[in-house]
Ligand binder design. Structure first.
Ligand code: SAH
Length: 290
């Protein structure tokens, strides 16, 4: 018996279009879901983040659809203001178009999905949320680091530390003592501060850490060391964006279980927002999108 399929894509049947908040996965274009591909194939307009593989756009977006780049690049302080992204989403949907808002990794993890959901609800625009492989899971799998390997860790935490007040002192104290695996998003540039905090609160110096650059792409590179070696081995290194930091005993498994053989590092997989040839005029996206 074939069971009914709750996840089937339902297109809008009213005058208003529909918005698919869609995950693209972390980099490897084959990590996108079937459902996300279906949404992309139906889209009239695709509003895409920077950390989305160009291959996905080439493969699945119809030639008649409009692709709008609304990327953000915090390190370079370039970004499409969130209000302008919200305006674009609702403008196209209210014109009756099928809109895909495409985000790297998963749609909900460290993204501005809340603002976009609020915009959709405020305007009575129908939507679906299509989940995906978040970069922590992609990086861990492609680096051979099982995040909750039996005997090593019983939990994993997704964190970020891009500025000094996102983690309280009290929480640092707990993080330094936990045996949970810690994954830090948006923190490769602040990794020295992360290690300093954990050291201050007494993390075991033998705990290992990994920085996974451009995870799941053909340029993935993994750097590992233990807390004790951090200063001599990795401190001061500039990691290519995007990079992810994994801290915990499980990182020791990388040496034995790494399987990726194409670690040809050095090049940038995701185009810079400012360097993209399809660059979307950031100062006035609504006007330029018309
Ligand atoms: N929604 C995304 C996260 C967006 S925040 C997700 O689910 O993955 C952006 C941060 O995610 C980056 O600064 C980096 O820390 C991480 N990231 C995204 N893609 C990555 C990749 N391919 N490799 C390593 N880190 C990545």
């Amino acid at each position: 018996m074939i069971l009914p399929h709750s996840g089937a894509l339902k297109l809008s049947n009213g005058n208003c279009g529909k918005v698919y908040l869609t995950a693209a996965g972390p980099g490897d274009p084959d990590l996108i879901t079937v459902k996300a591909v279906e949404a992309l194939r139906c889209a009239d307009v695709v509003l895409t983040d920077r950390l989305v593989s160009e291959v996905i756009l080439h493969r699945y977006v119809s030639a008649t659809a409009e692709i709008i780049y609304v990327g953000k690049e915090c390190r370079k302080k370039i970004s499409t203001p969130q209000t302008e992204i919200n305006n674009l989403i609702s403008k196209y949907a209210l014109e009756g178009k099928t809109v895909v808002r495409l985000k790297g990794g998963d749609v909900s993890i460290f993204s501005n999905i809340l603002d976009e959901l609020q915009e959709l609800v405020n305007n009575n625009i129908p939507y679906e949320i299509i989940p995906g492989v978040t970069s922590a899971l992609g990086a861990a799998a492609y680096a051979g680091i099982p995040l909750t390997a039996r005997g090593y860790s019983t939990a994993v935490r997704f964190l970020t530390y891009y500025k000094s007040d996102v983690v309280t002192e009290c929480y640092w104290k707990e993080l330094a003592k936990t045996s949970d695996t810690l994954v830090f998003y948006m923190s490769a540039a602040t990794i020295a501060d992360v290690i300093e905090k954990l050291t201050t609160y007494g993390i075991d110096a033998n705990v290992q850490l990994a920085v996974v650059e451009q995870a799941t792409t053909c340029f993935q590179k993994t750097y590992t060391c233990n807390i004790y070696e951090f200063t001599s081995k990795l401190k001061g290194r500039k990691f290519i964006s995007p990079s992810l930091v994994i801290i915990g005993k499980v990182v020791a498994l990388h040496e034995q279980f790494k399987w990726l053989t194409n670690e040809s590092a050095g090049k940038q997989y995701f185009a810079s927002v400012s360097g993209s040839k399809n660059i979307y005029e950031l100062s006035n996206p609504v006007k330029n999108a018309i």
